[in-house]
Design a protein around this ligand. Structure first.
Ligand SMILES: Cc1cc2nc3c(=O)[nH]c(=O)nc-3n(C[C@H](O)[C@H](O)[C@H](O)COP(=O)(O)OP(=O)(O)OC[C@H]3O[C@@H](n4cnc5c(N)ncnc54)[C@H](O)[C@@H]3O)c2cc1C
Ligand code: SF4
Length: 337
């Protein structure tokens, strides 16, 4: 999403660009979202609108199934070596290669990877998607039983020193609340219980969405889940401590979804080393000037945008793709002058 917006912004300045995309398709994670918070617009439709614009301008070349394997300064430009053995010359480079969801097997107490009915949020996203594997019906993976009672556990792989991810991932409270609403709206009798540490729905329209979830009966329990155990019939027993009452609580659910946080994309450290630019203590890129130049790095002509500098919702990625494209355009104009 971020990279597409950056390329389209450069196009508005009549500056040609090349998108280097690792996978076979453009659009990143958002391409796989049926509905997105806060306004329940289709992520897929957002992406396909941008991809159509990218395809229709003659100024943007797209290289799919391709990565950058090397980059060096040559005269007044960068020589970028690609994984297909070819290379290209660029006067500016925008890094917009996103994030990676936290690997939930690292928090063994939740049973992810062992209990089939404990899933991670990206899988719940696919199950709720009308174009997904179950055509939007929430059926549990082990036996296809319709889910009537679901638990959502917040802060998995975030705010935890044990997993080396002490930061708040910022968007999981909101995407999980959106998922809970989708479950309730498709089956008003279904029970959805969210176990949370704090609710951080900070953006415009996010808190209103959270209030709506409560109004339609999504239940929120402030609690730390200690473990999820699979029962012989495939149900999941969730044990937690209600931290408001100071009492243990437990419940049996058809399905448990883990609201996984975000970690840096696996290519972050190799690209940082290749380019000689800095990473923060959280492993994401940091911008120059203590944030006063949000897209700039320590290297001239190399810019940052989107989730490479940390977690943010789609709306902020659209903004950052646009402003990084503008920043790169200003840099290129200044060089030419
Ligand atoms: C389960 C879940 C649900 C979410 N729901 C919402 C929502 O409803 N609303 C919302 O606002 N936000 C939501 N988000 C957040 C949203 O996913 C991000 O804001 C958005 O994906 C970030 O976009 P991006 O383009 O920066 O990165 P990405 O979406 O990660 O895209 C990065 C792109 O770079 C490519 N790439 C990676 N490495 C390389 C490489 N080395 N070379 C070339 N290409 C590479 C990838 O293939 C990908 O196409 C959700 C997140 C999760 C995990
Ligand atoms: S956004 Fe919410 S669920 Fe995600 S880490 Fe922060 S507090 Fe936890």
């Amino acid at each position: 999403m971020t990279g597409l917006k950056a390329a389209l912004t450069l196009d508005e300045f009549e500056i040609p660009s090349v998108i280097v995309e690792k996978s076979g398709e453009l659009g990143g994670k958002v391409r796989g979202y049926g509905k997105t918070f806060p306004d329940f617009r289709s992520g897929r439709a957002l992406v396909s609108g941008l991809v159509k614009r990218v395809d229709s301008t003659g100024m943007i070349r797209v290289l799919r199934n391709c990565t950058v394997s090397g980059i060096r300064t040559e005269g007044d430009h960068y020589r970028v070596r690609l994984s297909d053995g070819t290379s290209l010359d660029a006067h500016a480079v925008i890094l917009a290669f996103g994030f990676e969801p936290f690997d939930a097997t690292r928090q063994e107490e939740y049973g992810y990877g062992v209990c089939p009915n404990v899933i991670a949020a990206p899988e719940l996203e696919a199950l709720l998607d009308p174009l997904g594997p179950t055509k939007g019906r929430l059926l549990r993976p082990s036996d296809g039983k319709p889910v009537r009672k679901a638990a959502i556990i917040f802060c998995v792989g975030s705010r935890s020193k044990r997993t080396d991810s002490p930061y708040c991932s910022r968007i999981c409270c909101s995407y999980s609340t959106k998922q809970a609403i989708e479950i309730k709206e498709s089956d008003p009798d279904a029970q959805v219980v969210c176990f949370y540490m704090d609710i951080r729905t900070y953006g415009r329209g996010f808190e209103e969405m959270h209030q709506y979830a409560r109004e339609i009966g999504v239940k929120y329990i402030r609690g730390r889940v200690s473990e999820c155990c699979a029962l012989p019939d495939g149900d999941i027993l969730v044990r937690a401590e209600n931290t408001l009452l100071g009492k243990p609580v437990q419940g049996v659910f058809d399905l448990v979804s883990l609201s996984v946080g975000m970690t840096p994309s696996p290519d972050t450290s190799s690209l940082a080393e290749m380019l000689g630019i800095e990473l923060g203590t959280d492993g994401f890129f940091i911008s120059a000037d203590g944030g006063l130049s949000p897209h700039d790095t320590g290297r001239e002509g190399i810019f940052l945008a989107g989730a490479v500098t940390g977690l943010k919702p789609i709306r902020d990625c659209i903004l950052e793709g646009t402003s990084a494209g503008g920043r790169a355009a200003a840099y290129l104009r200044r060089r030419r002058a």
